[in-house]
Write a protein that binds this ligand. Structure first.
Ligand code: ADP
Ligand code: MG
Length: 242
């Protein structure tokens, strides 16, 4: 699975639901191949920003480029992005193999190539031996790995992860965090990881953006944010304020 690396540029993004401003003047550049985290409390706009990049929900004002290409007016399937959600939502009536193959079948990929790519994706998440199981025969962690395989098999240029580990118990979360990072490094896939857990962001992200009230408060490496938070909110959220 060779993914082409693409950066993301977001310019002056605004989005409101009725009279509520959910995103206000978001500017952000994510480098090709970066593991980038959106960190912030519940309701801070992380999912809305991620969904705007993916092309779900109302069109925001402003500009979004993926790999240099303006995408704000393109539907999700034309943006070269793959998204994994908190609830894995595998199709219950399809085997693991069929779940992973689904997106390729929709794209009319030849069946020999589908077999090869599905095997490769299952290998990548370490679950090739479960190819013929049904989703209800899998643990939560296994289901989330399959959801990941189902997304990377499409060879997206950008991987968008919306709190993908928050349904898992604590020890599994730590293990899957490592697996996710290893997989991202192996594929070199530009990745945005949404979380409300500062430790999860600190231990994975090359850089992160801290959001509050639909506004990016600060962008930097975990070390930069820890050492020099720009305001009290960032300091408190990262747990560095006394
Ligand atoms: P987060 O992912 O950081 O928890 P969200 O992006 O889900 O935050 O939500 C940000 C804000 O936008 C919240 O105040 C939420 O209530 C509001 N919001 C999100 N989606 C909708 C919607 N479809 N209609 C109205 N308000 C929404
Ligand atoms: Mg959310």
């Amino acid at each position: 699975m060779h993914s082409e690396m693409a950066g993301i540029e977001i310019r002056d993004l605004h989005l409101s639901f009725g009279s509520t401003n959910v995103l206000t003047g978001v500017n952000l550049t994510i480098e090709p191949g970066e593991f980038f985290a959106f960190l912030g409390p519940s309701g801070s706009g992380k999912s809305t920003l991620l969904r705007s990049i993916a092309g779900f929900g109302p069109r925001p004002q402003g500009e979004i480029r993926i790999g240099g290409r303006p995408v704000a007016d393109l539907p999700p399937w034309k943006r070269d992005v793959g998204m994994v959600f908190q609830s894995y939502a595998l199709w219950p009536h399809m085997s693991v193999r069929e779940n992973v193959a689904f997106g390729l079948r929709e794209r009319k990929v030849a069946s020999a190539e589908i077999r090869r790519r599905v095997d490769e994706a299952l290998e990548l998440v370490g679950l090739a031996h479960l190819a013929d199981r049904m989703p209800n025969q899998l643990s939560g962690g296994q289901q989330q790995r399959i959801a990941l395989a189902r997304t990377v098999v499409i060879a997206p240029k950008v991987l968008l992860l919306d709190e993908p580990l928050s349904n898992l118990d604590a020890s599994l979360r730590v293990q899957m965090r490592r697996e996710l990072l290893a997989l991202q490094r192996k594929l070199g896939l530009t990745t945005i990881f949404v979380t409300h857990d500062q430790e999860e962001a600190n231990t994975t992200a090359d850089r992160m953006a801290v959001l509050d009230g639909g506004v990016i408060q600060q962008v930097g490496t975990p070390q930069q944010l820890y050492d020099t938070p720009v305001n009290l909110f960032v300091a408190q959220f990262l747990g560095t304020a006394n």
